[in-house]
Design a protein around this ligand. Sequence first.
Ligand SMILES: [Zn+2]
Length: 373
Amino acid sequence: MVSGQVKSGASALVRLPKAELHLHLEGCLYPMQVVQLAARHGEKLRYGEVAARYNTQSFPAFLELFKWATSYLRDPQDYALLCEHPGLHLVAENCVYAEITLSVGVMLLRKQNVEANFAAIRDAMDRYAKPSGLRVRWIFDAVRQFGPEKAMEVARLAAQMKSAGVVAFGLGGDEESLPASDFRKVFDYAAAEGLHRVAHAGEMGGPQAVRDAIEILGAERIGHGIAAIHDEGLMNLLIERQIPLEICPTSNLRTGALAKLLARNFPSDARATHSSAGRSFSLPAAARLEDHPLAKFIARGVPVTLASDDPAMFRTTLLAEYTLALARMGLTLPQLISISEAPFRYAFLPAPERNSLLDTFRSKTSSLSQVIS
Ligand SMILES: [Zn+2]
């Protein structure tokens, strides 16, 4: 794609109505907010030191950053601050529907009042969402390495707070820590309570982790799932059951997940330099967004959505992911318009509400398609 097409495509992407299905609220904690929160709790941090920690290049480093930065989220007021950036970015980028994940497992670990945190978060998000018409629903996420008992506590809270907009139970954290079978009862409970189910799988783990999330846990969507590119049978399963992969390309680059995926194909310890936001990083294997399997999944017919994951920590936004897909991952603008419909189709909403969002999306994009054709 030549740069002129990218430029005109980029302006069409801004106008494209979007939905975001894989966004961690805690991943919206920006370095300056960490400084503010630390000050509120009596600790002086320098912005430069905090920003330097945000330069993660591996999954363990990312988990460490997540743990450290979120350790300053201590009361409902702190959590309310988190809504500022998603509230502003989502609205500015023409996102009309979002399912936002809360790491309730971490709140419980820190012995916080989940109900009070969640009430403050909803109030804060309403201030941004209501005037713009942005609809937000919530996913309560358990941390895999904390074990099934802790995960069950998260699922119970999710069930209790369904009337406040919680639509799903999710499993995140380190997918290689404990087997999916440990969490079967928790997912069965969530299903019986009428919650939807999602799981991070096939991000750092292999294709079997994705298969287990589907067949053992009954996951209806998969967070990342890029490892499926190595398994034809698994891709067929995703197509047959219409289970989408929530693809977050920049995240895959910054956690080393893409490098790991590529290393499976091309074992090599050759180092490559990646440039992002004016800085250069050395990654453990050749990993460039150009090598991301997104276009291959689309060509194969595997359902996918595009998402930003932890935008503050990966220095991205939902619009940036669409723009990168156009400029560097080999997608055409009509393909992007087509996959931007996917998160509306796979939203965890009752059918009438989902269909109404889809109708609005289609009428807005049909005029957009005429403009670009
Ligand atoms: Zn995630």
